[in-house]
Write a protein that binds this ligand. Sequence first.
Ligand SMILES: Cc1cc2nc3c(=O)[nH]c(=O)nc-3n(C[C@H](O)[C@H](O)[C@H](O)COP(=O)(O)OP(=O)(O)OC[C@H]3O[C@@H](n4cnc5c(N)ncnc54)[C@H](O)[C@@H]3O)c2cc1C
Length: 514
Amino acid sequence: MTRHAEAGVLVVGSGIAGLTAALHAAAGGCRVTLVTKDVLEHANTRFAQGGIAGVTFEDDRTEDHVRDTLVAGAGLSDERAVRVLVEEGPGRIAELVELGVAFDREPDGSFTKGLEAAHSYPRVLHSGGDATGSAIEGALVARLRESGIRVIEHAFLVDLIVEGGRVTGAELRVDDTRRERIAADAVVLATGGAGQLFSHTTNPAVATGDGIAAALRAGAAVADLEFVQFHPTVLAVGEAFLVSEAVRGEGAILIDDSGRRFAFDDHPDGELAPRDVVARAIARAMDAQAGRPVRLDATALGADFLARRFPTIDRAVRERGLDWAREPIPVTPAAHYLMGGIVTDLDGRTTLPGLYAVGEAARTGVHGANRLASNSLLEGAVFGARAGEAIDADAASRLWPVPAVGASLAATTPSPAAPGAASVAPFSRAALQELLWEDAGLVRTAERLRSATAVLAAWREQSPKPRTQAELEDANLLLVAAHLVAGALARGDSIGAHYRADAVTPVLEGALAC
Ligand SMILES: Cc1cc2nc3c(=O)[nH]c(=O)nc-3n(C[C@H](O)[C@H](O)[C@H](O)COP(=O)(O)OP(=O)(O)OC[C@H]3O[C@@H](n4cnc5c(N)ncnc54)[C@H](O)[C@@H]3O)c2cc1C
C-alpha cells in the first residue's frame, strides 16, 4: 500500500454529500471512518422530494442550466463553481443510476422530465414520483455498507481538534454518554444545514448547524449565512411536511380565504415565481387573514394523478385527514435550505488545512443569494466526489493546501451582549426558533435584527457549558444564529432570499428572475 493509501479520513455526516465523499475517498485508497449523529439514513437527503437537476436530455443545454443557476443566485454565485456543478452533474447522476437509483422513466425508457420553478427546461429527474431523496440515500447507504468503510452511528461531532494550525481529528460524543477523540489526516464536514433555527422548517431534527458551528469555533471562514431559502408550501396541519414545488409545476394554484388567486399580484409567473417571492406573497396573504394559512388547490389534478405522481405527499396529506383531490389544503412557508456555510474551494478545501466541507454545510459559491430548485442534491454528488478525490491527492502530496478563498468574503462578527440585555426571557430552543422566525425570517428590518442580536448575545452569555447532545446542539444553533443575524444586519439591501423591508435600494433584478 502506498503512503497516501494509509491516510485516515474522518467524514462527519451521512447525507448525499458525506456518503459520496466517503465512497470516493475510499475508492482512492484512503482509510475512511464515517460518523453520524443518528442512524445512517437520518439526513435531509432522505426527505428530498422534487428531484435532482442535471443536463441529461439531448435538447437541454449546459449553458442554459448554468444561466438558470446564475440568475437564481442573483449575481452572487461563483461562475466557476456553477460550471463545475453543471458540467460534472450528468456524470454524477450516471453514477447514481449505476448504484441502483431508479429515476422514473417513460414507457420508451427515457427519463421522465420534471419542471421546477426558475428552470428554463424540465431537467429535474425524480424517483418514486416524489421519493427521490429516499432512493438516493438508500442506494448510497447500501453501497457504503458493502464498502468496508468503518461506520459509527450515534456519534455526535462536538468539536474539531486543531493542532499547529491544522485539523488533526475530532472530538465526538458517542451514544450521548461518552466523549471520544478520533485522529485523522483529513476531516470532512458533511453535516447539512440548520433549518432547526426556525420555528417553521422542512428540515428534520438533525439539521442544527453543528458542522458550521464547529468550523466557526475552529477558525475556518464561514460566509453567506444570511441567505436562507424559505419554501413557500409546507402543510400547515400536524408536523411540517413539504408539498413540493412540482405540485405547483403540475398546475396547483394558491388561494386566500376568499378564494382569490393572489400569486400574480407579485410576479408574472404567479405560483411558479421564485421561491422567495411566492413565500413572501403567502406570508402577506396570511397577515391579511389574521395568520391563517393560505390554501393550495390541487383539485384540478385529480385523485389518480396526485396519488401516482406524488405518492409520498398524497400519503402525508391523507394521514392528516385531508383529501386534496376534493378540497384545497392549508399551507404556510417554512425555512428550507441554507445557501451559506463553510467557505470552500472547488474541491471542498476550507481555509483550515486538513478540513474539508461538502453539501449544504459548505459554501461552494454555487448558490449565491438563492438556490435553484433541485441543485442541492446535485451539489452534494458533484462536490462530495471532488472532495473525496482531492483528499486522496492532497494526502499523497502531504501538502494539505489551503485555498485563498476566504479573503474576499466579508466576515460578520456577532456583537457582544448589550447592557440591560440580561432581562431577556430565559433561553429555550423553541424561544430561539420563534425569535429567528419573527426577526430574521422572510421579511427583515434593521430594527428587528438589532433586537434579535441583543437577545442572542444575552442568551449566549447566560448559557451554561453544554454537556448533553441537546445542549451541544442548542449552543451550535445559538452560534450560527448570531452569525446569521449579523450577516443579515450587515447586508442592507434585499437580494435573492435575503429580503430587507427597509432596504435602501430596490430589490436587485436577479432576485426576481430566479
Ligand atoms: C423536505 C425536503 C425536501 C427537499 N427536496 C429537495 C429536492 O427535491 N432536490 C434537491 O436538490 N434538494 C432538496 N432538498 C435539499 C436537500 O435534501 C439537502 O440540501 C441535501 O440533501 C443536503 O445533503 P447533505 O449531505 O449536505 O446533508 P444532509 O442530508 O442533511 O446530511 C447531514 C448529515 O450530517 C449528520 N450530522 C449533522 N450534525 C452532526 C454532528 N454534530 N455529528 C455527526 N453527524 C452530524 C446528520 O445526521 C446527517 O447524516 C430538500 C430538503 C428537504 C428538507
